[in-house]
Design a protein around this ligand. Structure first.
Ligand code: 8OZ
Length: 373
């Protein structure tokens, strides 16, 4: 029987426990640079007995074009690499492990955030029915995403290269690995799902074609830093950011078969609607997550299997008993820096304050109390 609180090996990483801090966008990196406050926040959650066995950073832009929200961090410049070092140092000082989530938003952006005020890029010129967050007079403000332009075939190798360089930068900044953000309706997911991909070239149409971009990104990153330091996050049925596809089971079975030979550290699956109902459905039938894992292992995949969305201790133990290796907690890690100690003790848990999730300073970020405090 697996235990949530026992050490485990995940690719190249020796984790102190099976509790993972999920990636959480916090919009506290002005200028796209990590900073001392962020180092405190991540360090608080990194202790091997009270904190996460593995921390996944907030989504981090691989290029200026990849950026779609106010005050999110990046990893394309030398200054950004140097800035992130204070975060990895703080986590490692506590004895924790941390991977960087690599992000390209695709169409979930706004001209005001793009290089030269240009249109965001996407597989197809289809505007997402969703909002992004801008800073207007210093205040986080929701705005409609801008109409994107369709990427030229000739541009795709450059974006794959941006992912490869970002992964190299993450390792140079001291990260233990990277997680590729292929979930929640961002660029890679926009290629995967038929609702956002109407291309008629080798990157659109069939499931095989829609998964080609993802495969090229994963191959490039694994060649650069090794599969054992690489994870991926997928969200087969989430409607987040206007993502939709009528055949998620077939699509994501193909995706995990592509991932199987890559010697990945882990596969991270969001069940249901991101941050919402776990039983959300797309297509005619309920998504079968056990079948997804089976498709992966049947194809020879041996990465750790990480699950996320609305977990508490009982559900985490149930998932470990039925085949998961790791469980990622999001909102509960915002409010409980010592979440692992609290899970072990059976609570109590601080309540997350939604008004301080996105943007701001220490309040609702580094000031949640620990049990010991
Ligand atoms: C919340 C706000 C902004 C971005 C995701 C990166 O959903 C995000 C995100 C979440 O994956």
């Amino acid at each position: 029987m697996k235990n949530l609180f026992e050490p485990c090996q995940v690719g190249a990483m020796a984790l102190a426990n099976r509790v993972v801090m999920a990636p959480l966008t916090r919009n506290r990196a002005p200028g796209g640079l990590a900073n001392a406050r962020m180092a405190v926040y991540y360090g608080q959650r990194a202790h091997p007995t009270s904190g996460a066995g593995l921390i996944i950073t907030e989504a981090t832009a691989i290029s200026h074009q990849a950026q779609g929200y106010a005050d999110v961090p990046g990893i394309w410049s030398e200054a950004q690499v140097a800035a992130w070092k204070q975060v990895t140092d703080a986590v490692h000082l506590q004895g924790g492990k941390i991977v960087m989530q690599l992000w390209h938003v695709g169409r979930i952006s706004h001209t005001s955030l793009q290089p030269g005020g240009q249109a965001p890029v996407a597989p197809s010129a289809l505007t997402a029915k969703t909002k992004t967050v801008l800073l207007i007079d210093g205040k986080p403000t929701f705005a409609d995403t801008s109409a994107p332009r369709a990427l030229e075939l000739s541009e795709l190798p450059g974006i794959v290269q941006d992912y490869r360089v970002a992964a190299k930068h993450a390792i140079a900044a001291g990260f233990d690995g990277v997680e590729v953000h292929a979930a929640n309706g961002y660029l890679i997911d926009q290629f995967l799902r038929a609702g956002s991909n109407q291309r008629s070239d080798a990157y659109g149409g069939s499931i095989e074609n829609r998964a080609r971009f993802l495969n090229e990104v994963m191959q490039a990153i694994c060649a650069e830093i090794g599969g054992e330091r690489t994870g991926i996050r997928i969200s087969p049925v989430t409607p987040a950011n206007d993502a939709h596809d009528a055949q998620p089971q077939a699509l994501f079975a193909h995706v995990v078969r592509l991932l199987a030979p890559l010697n990945l550290a882990y596969v991270h699956v969001i069940e249901g609607s991101t941050g919402g109902p776990r039983d959300h459905q797309q297509g005619d039938t309920a998504f079968d997550y056990a079948a997804l894992q089976h498709a992966y292992t049947h194809a020879g995949g041996h990465a750790a299997w990480m699950l996320n969305n609305g977990y508490d201790l009982a559900l985490a133990e149930q998932s470990l008993a039925s085949g998961a290796d790791l469980v990622a907690f999001g909102k509960s890690f915002i409010a409980n820096p010592d979440l692992t100690a609290r899970l072990r003790a059976g609570g109590p848990f601080n309540t997350p304050d939604r008004t301080t999730f996105y943007g701001g300073g220490d309040a609702g970020y580094t000031d949640y109390p620990t049990l010991a405090a």
